[in-house]
Design a protein around this ligand. Structure first.
Ligand code: ADP
Length: 766
């Protein structure tokens, strides 16, 4: 389209120039030396010169101001004056007379050549016009050359005048037909807006009715237009071809790009995939697989790094596994070494320890060196592997030796290579065939007892890096020995104790048996003694004087005490042997107390009063009468014994629950079988008992004062038996006492209360 525009503009320029050139020539002639003043001959000469110079001017004439031609010269024929005509009526004359430059329409001669008429005014002054010069100018050459200008492959040019009439076209016949093309879009546009700058490269219908790409350019004077047309088909044929070529190139370029990118992506992706695969294998712990990447770039370097990393991981994992295996083996060996130790005897234990130690550490020989201070040398409670010659040679503690150093400092000495280690001086182990050894301090209960000595025939078997483990073993050995010693100590103690207990038990049993037999055997003769004494006293063997009577009474009293004691012993032994049974009876409580009361007279040698306080209507009860009698007898007997002056008060009452006293006989239960508490109190104003002795008085054979110089008799069994009897009857005995002021014993016994207040059937006291 741009090309079209250029061509159109060129052609338009050419036409414009052609016309302008002719107009300029005519004006020039009209102005030569005041043309209007010339004589006819001079006019002629000027016009001839014009014809001669410009082949396109075919005829030229001059008319005066009235329109009358005064001169006419033609290239083709000779005009006479008779040929001169008046132009007064003609447009060209009138227009030129008006001062215009007239350019007429294109016309064709009979020769079919195109011509145009030009007319210019001949001026006398700038405003006064004295005539007109008219010229017929041939356009054949101009239009021919214009209409045959090439425009692209199949394009062509044509020219229309200011009315749209075709004036030049490659097909000249069309020109001759004088076609009006104002219907053609491009021409129509020109006619509509002749002055404006036209667009270009538009697609319209062309002269032949086909779709064309068309552009026009106007020629300002004489206001014609040059139109360029090229059928779309042919015009775009090249474009289409270019398109095809471009498409082809695009396809080629794309496939090239694809090829290259595939090549590169494969080049990158395959190794990257290999790397990714390798990384995932490493993550899964597969470290044997090598990455095979040979790209010669960073990827290969990366792959090499991956391989190095896997190798390093493999090594460190291998190291770790090895270490774990070693540790596990060490620990399990250690465990195995120590596990069954507690079952063994002491000497056996140490021997087991060294043997297990040898196994646990992989040593070829193991030895426990205990330092004996008295001998100032090492003794060997247990050893394995070492030859006796070596053992004998190294008994002494040498301070500058490695063993000495370990023992003195309490720090382990581990020697990887005995031959080369300067700490080992005498090298006796080398002679015995050992290359590597460890001296570990043996501490029992925090005390450095000696050295655990391990040796191996292998160089480097013991090394510094195993020191921690060896120390741990040594510590465990120490703990094991410590446990063993403690256990032994405890076992021995228990064994004594056991023997003592057995002896005591045996003695106790013998005593019980002895007491039982003895008291039983004593009671019989004592009863006989008492019986005869009472008979003598009662005068059955003759009269007795008051002195004799007093002595006999004394004998009876002492014998009675003796009997009480023997009975107490008998009871106490039966309590020990658990042969005691309750024998409940029904009896009237009031009668029981009345009987008890008759057995006591206020002692003649003391300022002591006996008071008995109990309700007259006490109920019948069911309990072990003999045991109750013993309990009360004992308490009353003690109260009298330990009280020098004042009074001893014996009281009894029925208690219902806590603190409720039944004083009314009407309140007995309907069935007569309700359990109640009977409370007895024996209170004295005697010596009392100190608080610290209180817990002891109910114990067997216990007396507060058991010295030879004690003022009171007794064997310390009374309260023991009384308490046991009370508990046997389901009751409780309690004591309130203050030293120097007196004591109150309270006995509570649960009893089935009967309906009868008194029961005459009850036996009397012996
Ligand atoms: P004993 O045969 O000595 O009386 P007991 O078992 O009856 O033995 O009494 C033990 C000890 O309790 C007595 O030796 C005495 O020291 C103390 N004792 C018992 N009853 C009283 C009392 N009423 N007042 C002071 N001390 C008493």
């Amino acid at each position: 389209a741009r090309q079209q525009k250029e061509i159109a503009q060129n052609a338009a320029g050419k036409i414009g120039e052609f016309i302008e050139h002719r107009v300029a020539e005519l004006i020039l002639v009209s102005e030569i030396e005041r043309f209007w003043e010339m004589r006819m001959e001079d006019h002629k000469r000027a016009l001839y010169r014009l014809l001669k110079h410009d082949a396109q001017i075919r005829e030229v004439s001059v008319a005066n101001s009235a329109g009358q031609e005064i001169l006419r010269l033609s290239r083709l024929r000779v005009h006479t004056d008779a040929d001169l005509v008046s132009l007064a009526q003609e447009e060209k004359f009138r227009r030129a007379m008006d001062g215009e430059i007239y350019i007429g329409p294109v016309y064709h001669e009979v020769t079919a050549e195109p011509f145009v008429t030009l007319a210019v005014p001949v001026r006398f002054t700038p405003t006064e016009i004295r005539g007109v010069i008219v010229a017929e100018v041939g356009l054949k050459a101009l239009l021919n050359s214009v209409s045959h200008t090439k425009a692209g492959k199949s394009g062509y040019l044509f020219v229309v005048d200011r009315k749209g009439t075709l004036i030049a076209h490659p097909d000249y016949s069309k020109v001759l037909l004088q076609l009006n093309l104002s219907q053609i879009n491009e021409v129509e546009e020109f006619l509509r807006t002749p002055g404006s700058d036209p667009g270009f490269g538009e697609v319209h219908r062309g002269v032949d009715g086909k779709q064309v790409i068309t552009t026009h350019a106007a020629v300002p004077r004489p206001n014609w237009a040059v139109v360029v047309e090229e059928p779309v088909e042919t015009a775009l044929a090249e474009v289409k071809q270019v398109e095809r070529v471009a498409l082809l190139m695009l396809v080629l370029a794309l496939s090239g790009v694809f090829g290259i990118s595939y090549f590169f992506s494969e080049r990158i992706a395959r190794p990257v995939r290999a790397l990714e695969h390798g990384a995932s294998l490493i993550a899964q712990g597969v470290l044997d697989q090598k990455l095979d990447v040979h790209t010669g770039d960073e990827l290969e370097i990366l792959a090499r790094r991956f391989n190095q990393m896997a190798e390093a991981l493999k090594e460190s994992r291998g190291g770790l596994e090895r270490k774990i295996t070693e540790r596990t083996r060490d620990l399990s060996a250690l465990y195995a070494a120590l596990a069954p130790l507690s079952a063994a005897g002491n000497d056996e234990l140490l021997q087991i320890i060294v043997e297990r130690l040898k196994e646990a550490t992989g040593a070829d020989a193991a030895l426990i060196r205990v330092f004996d201070k008295e001998k100032n040398a090492f003794v060997y409670p247990a050893h394995v592997g070492f030859p006796s010659s070596y053992l004998e040679a190294t008994r002494d503690l040498r301070e500058n030796s490695a063993i000495g150093q370990a023992f003195m400092t309490g720090e382990p000495v581990v020697v990887a290579n005995i031959a080369e280690d300067s700490r080992v001086k005498a090298k006796r182990q080398l002679e015995a065939g050992y290359e590597s050894c460890a001296f570990l301090p043996l501490r029992v209960s925090g005390e450095l007892r000696g050295i655990i000595h391990l040796a191996s025939r292998e160089i480097g078997h013991f090394s510094e890096d195993k020191t921690d483990h060896l120390i741990a073993i040594a510590r465990q050995m120490g703990v094991a020995m410590e446990n063993r010693e403690l256990y032994e100590h405890l076992r021995q103690k228990v064994n004594e104790l056991q023997q003592k207990t057995e002896g005591l038990e045996r003695a106790d049993k013998v005593k019980d048996e002895f007491l039982s037999v003895m008291s039983h055997e004593l009671r019989t003769p004592l009863n006989v003694v008492m019986g005869y004494t009472a008979m003598i006293k009662d005068g059955m063997f003759g009269e007795t004087n008051p002195e004799q009577e007093g002595a006999l009474e004394n004998v009876l009293g002492q014998a009675n005490d003796l009997l009480t004691m023997i009975t107490s012993i008998l009871y106490a032994t039966s309590i020990e042997t658990q042969e005691l049974r309750t024998e409940p009876h029904r009896f009237a409580l009031g009668d029981f107390l009345n009987d008890l009361r008759t057995a006591y007279d206020p002692p003649r040698d003391k300022a002591l009063a006996l008071r008995w306080t109990y309700p007259p209507d006490l109920p019948g009860v069911e309990t072990d009468r003999e045991k109750l009698k013993y309990i009360l007898h004992n308490l009353i007997h003690n109260a009298i014994k330990f009280t020098d002056r004042g009074q001893v008060t014996i009281s009894a009452m029925i208690r219902e629950g806590r603190g409720q006293t039944i004083t009314d006989g009407d309140q007995q239960p309907a069935n007569g079988k309700e359990e109640e508490l009977i409370e007895f109190k024996v209170a004295d104003t005697g010596i009392g008992i100190s608080q610290e002795k209180l817990p002891l008085i109910f114990e067997k054979f216990h007396q507060i004062d058991s010295s030879d110089t004690r003022p009171y008799g007794g064997i310390g069994l009374g309260l023991y038996v009384a308490k046991n009897f009370t508990e046997l009857l389901g009751g409780k005995i309690e004591l309130e006492t203050e030293q120097g002021k007196g004591s109150t014993f309270t006995v509570n016994i649960p009893c089935v209360i009967g309906s009868a207040a008194t029961d005459g059937n009850q036996e009397n006291e012996q």
